[in-house]
Design a protein around this ligand. Structure first.
Ligand code: AMP
Ligand code: MG
Length: 345
């Protein structure tokens, strides 16, 4: 079962047994994942119109931000590779503006300048690659050039790169931004209670009738729910996992979350879940903390202003911030071994 479908089931499992309020459901594929919009609203026509408006946003974003299908991002990457400046599409301009401080605060562990590295590993394609890993020379060449978002500079509305190897890939946080856009549109259309769930990564507003939305967090190594969390008000929950896209070669798993410094899949972590108000930050942060790993996630979480973090390491230990420990409910029996961090301010 694909991750997207499983994520959908998780949400239904945890909410479906409650007394039925009028929840309008609408699902479609975009940005490489199944997107499910749930709108709890007394007016079914308004709910349905709003869900369709969300689909239109995702479809447009899909076309604008695809790094390897013809479109504005591919045009920009081509210009940067040729050493030319370009005026990015307004939505790409905005993504670059959002990415810059997130990348800097993450110590460039989250860095959308890794497009060339993603391509080297083959994780740019619609279907996960079969391996083998890229050859050592190609990876050494990447590390020697080591492009980062800090290599971009602006001259009025034109963007240039000081580094010829820099290629942009917004895969680590574009979904978060699309979810934020979707929630803004729902609100503008008068919707107060909804979830926009993109393959298990979501933002929820309001409540489901008389109780909060309850969300499942997938077990990184089993087809079951590891934990659940009640979301109320306005919160986003994003997970980065090594099970989403990977290949196996000679008994080793090579996954899609790459450490920009080593050029290799990040080690030590199987999944990271971040709860935060805005989805763009939550998405970028989940990727950044995955790269930071079990030894460094706390410093990156502080720098990125996070309070609620769950990291599962490769030994199955659940590292948690105290604020996350207060909110989360483990669904497995027994629960995983827990390691509580110092409070995050
Ligand atoms: P996510 O699932 O949100 O962690 O995003 C992973 C996707 O982001 C990958 O499929 C790549 O397209 C891209 N990516 C991988 N590693 C990084 C990184 N360190 N920083 C930014 N983007 C990355
Ligand atoms: Mg992410």
């Amino acid at each position: 079962m694909t991750r997207a479908l499983l994520a959908g089931l998780l949400l239904l499992t945890l909410t479906g047994c409650e007394r039925a309020p009028p929840v309008h459901q609408h699902a479609f594929f975009a940005l490489g994942t199944l997107v499910e919009v749930s709108v709890a609203d007394s007016d079914p026509q308004r709910a349905s119109r709003a869900a369709e408006a969300v689909e239109a946003i995702f479809r447009e974003d899909h076309q604008l931000w695809h790094a390897w299908h013809p479109g504005p991002l591919m045009d920009l990457n081509r210009a940067l590779a040729a050493g030319q400046g370009a005026q990015p599409h307004p939505s790409i301009h905005y993504l670059l503006e959002r990415a810059a401080p997130l990348a800097e605060r993450s110590g460039y562990r989250f860095d959308p300048a890794v497009g060339g590295l993603v391509r080297l590993w083959g994780f740019h394609a619609d279907t996960p690659p079969e391996g083998p890993p890229p050859d050592a020379d190609a990876l050494r060449d990447w590390r020697e050039h080591k492009p980062s978002l800090a290599d971009l500079y602006w001259d009025e509305d034109q963007v240039f790169s000081r580094n010829p190897v820099l290629q942009l890939d917004f895969g680590a946080f574009a979904k978060g931004y699309a979810v934020d856009q979707a929630i803004a549109r729902l609100r503008a259309l008068g919707i107060d209670n909804a979830i926009v769930n993109a393959g298990g990564d979501l933002r929820a507003i309001g409540r489901r009738a008389d109780r909060p939305w309850r969300i499942g967090i997938r077990h990184p190594r089993a087809p079951e729910v590891l934990a659940s969390i009640a979301i109320e008000g306005d919160e986003s929950l994003f997970t980065s996992g090594d099970y989403e896209r990977y290949f196996e070669h000679e008994g080793r798993r090579y996954h899609h979350i790459l450490d920009p410094f080593s050029g290799q899949p990040a080690t030590g972590t199987t999944s990271v879940t971040v709860l935060h108000t805005d989805a763009t930050t939550a998405d970028a942060a989940a990727t950044a903390l995955f790269v930071a790993g079990p030894d460094h996630w706390q410093e990156v979480a502080r720098a990125m202003g996070l309070r609620h973090v769950l990291l599962i390491d490769t030994a199955g230990v659940a590292h948690l911030s105290p604020a996350m420990a207060e909110r989360i409910h483990f669904e497995t029996d027994p629960p995983p071994p827990l390691r509580l961090s110092e409070p995050l301010p």
